[in-house]
Design a protein around this ligand. Sequence first.
Ligand code: SF4
Length: 376
Amino acid sequence: MSVDVGQPAPPVHNGTPLVKLVDVKKYFPISRGLVFQKRIGQVHAVDGVSLEVYPGETVGLVGETGCGKSTTARLIMKLFDVTEGQVYFDGQDITNLSRRAMRPIRREMQMVFQDPYASLNPRKPVGSIIADPLRIHKTVPADRIKGEVQDLMKRVGLNPEHYNRYPHEFSGGQRQRIGVARALALRPRLIVADEPVSALDVSVQAQVLNLLEDLQQEFNLTYVFIAHDLAVVKHMSDRVAVMYLGKIGEVATGDVLYQNPKHPYTGALLSAVPIPDPRLASERKRIVLEGDVPSPIDPPSGCRFHPRCPNAQFPRCSEEEPLLTPHRPGQVAACHFPLEDRAIVTVEAEEAAAEAKKATVKRARTTTPRTTRKTR
Ligand code: SF4
């Protein structure tokens, strides 16, 4: 049985999804000419993405630079208008809502950005930065804002006495905590985190990931977590969606995806994840992708991955677009010739990688107690 490309992946949860994208497309026009601008093409940044995110869930979006994951994040947040398709938040169609109508919904969805320094106003003290959403939405009386901000700072592991310090006086990890505190200020239900740890050192990454996990429990948050590091995405996510050139190639729960990827692109990404044990690493099969990602201005026909796919068979792969097809419960992949089970990662290699990840997180937890002490 196959599922239309435009249909959502089979849910692993019941109930109403908090976020639902239905065949969403975003094309950016390319124009030429200074005075009389003429449209000469368009970038197919997101091209028919359907996805559901359920309350309390973390969905990871993963893929190479330019695959459309950050654009998808901004479409969920309604920072971009869609070219086609529908965006739902908690069952409500928000695709064409005006800015005024979006205002109460904005409180419920917040974003954490990749570069914590660029996303903070360098001329404002952090207390004022974190207080901005409270002032704009007037959710807390003016005389209680300072106390609320200091409470938020404490919860994310910042010293509340640093209320009047400026962003440049904090380290990278601390600046990302400021971004998280600002996102939490309005007590949102959804946080879209766009590469929140990519700019941080590995040890600080683990601390910020632990913080996000703790806050998810404490505030019952739903996350859309974007990263290009598959190990980080697996650690954080209940389900992972793999994107390639504006489309979703595969969706599955973390364990299923890592043990039995079906899409050759997922397999290639997984085969590049480092395994600390050299013996197990040497047993793993590598898929090396040839060439660059094709231009999203003129994407390849049929399967978009066919110019780089080691499993491609012609002419079917270059002529017929593959549909998202179920494989295991909760796993769908868009491929005419999917990978065999355990095609990339052996059980032993998988266990070794999981152990190594656990050890890293444990080390970070023991060296830096969570959310309450001085942070790096
Ligand atoms: Fe590769 Fe063909 Fe599958 Fe596309 S449909 S991923 S080209 S095997």
